[in-house]
Write a protein that binds this ligand. Structure first.
Ligand code: FPP
Length: 234
């Protein structure tokens, strides 16, 4: 759809899905990973070029050791299992967030997959150990470092876009549509800077149950905004 280049998703409700199916929480996350695979196909069909997913927040480290290690294992095996499929489908894999918080072995796998898939024409951005305030603070520090190095020259002339180059998403367009599943109406420290002009779509559906019908509804709500705002967009 026109004007819909980038969709970002807060994939919420895996735990509730698992509880509803009398399964362990990690089964909910596994079903969430399957929903992510389906979502990539829906996006491709719709001509979307970027999909960003909130897979692990800076807050998620506070979850039980069992859940954190389960999620890390899931991520690691996802990379191993999907490597060839992502490459074959021309999916460019990217990670944003504090990747230095992840284990060395996962960091290596991520870097290898980013390199292996760098020529893809559809970008999957996975937010890992991600928090938007942390991202903005890191960017501000790097920005200040450069400003000091250059003796503060041209500081007043700097624009928003100049600052955005310091964010993890420097080479990724802002999301046009942000979807949050499972009934919460919050941004939870996700893409705070980048969400400035995004449309939001909230649904009670739990992330593992998010299907084509749900996707179409989200797109439909986005298309209304296009009609509403038209040339006034932004
Ligand atoms: C939120 O549901 C979901 C997460 C914290 C993890 C999301 C991770 C995946 C879907 C794994 C797939 C990603 C990759 C790249 C392999 P919740 O646990 O907060 O659910 P609840 O609110 O119902 O408890």
């Amino acid at each position: 759809m026109k004007g819909l280049r980038h969709i970002a998703v807060i994939m919420d409700g895996n735990g509730r899905w698992a509880a509803a199916h009398r399964k362990a929480r990690i089964s909910g996350h596994r079903a969430g990973a399957d929903a992510l695979d389906r979502m990539m196909h829906y996006c491709r069909d719709e001509g979307v070029e970027f999909l960003t997913v909130y897979a692990f927040s800076t807050e998620n480290w506070k979850r039980s050791k069992l859940e954190v290690s389960g999620l890390m294992k899931l991520l690691s095996s996802y990379i191993d299992k999907k490597k060839e499929e992502l490459k074959a489908n021309k999916v460019r894999f990217r990670v944003i967030g504090r990747r230095q918080d992840l284990s060395n072995s996962i960091q290596k796998k991520i870097a290898a997959l980013e390199e292996y898939t760098k020529d893809g024409d559809f970008t999957l951005v996975v937010a890992l150990s991600y928090g938007a305030r942390d991202e903005i603070l890191r960017a501000a520090k790097a920005f200040a470092r450069d400003a000091i190095t250059s003796g503060g020259k041209n500081l007043e002339a700097l624009k928003e876009d100049d600052f955005a180059k310091y964010l993890d998403t420097s080479d990724i367009p802002d999301p046009d549509l942000i979807i949050r599943t499972s009934g919460e109406l919050r941004l939870s420290n996700f893409l705070l800077w980048q969400a400035a002009y995004a449309e939001f779509y909230f649904t009670d559906t739990l992330w593992p149950d998010f299907d084509r019908e749900q996707f179409d509804k989200a797109i439909e709500s986005f298309s209304h905004r296009e009609r509403r705002l038209g040339a006034r967009l932004k």
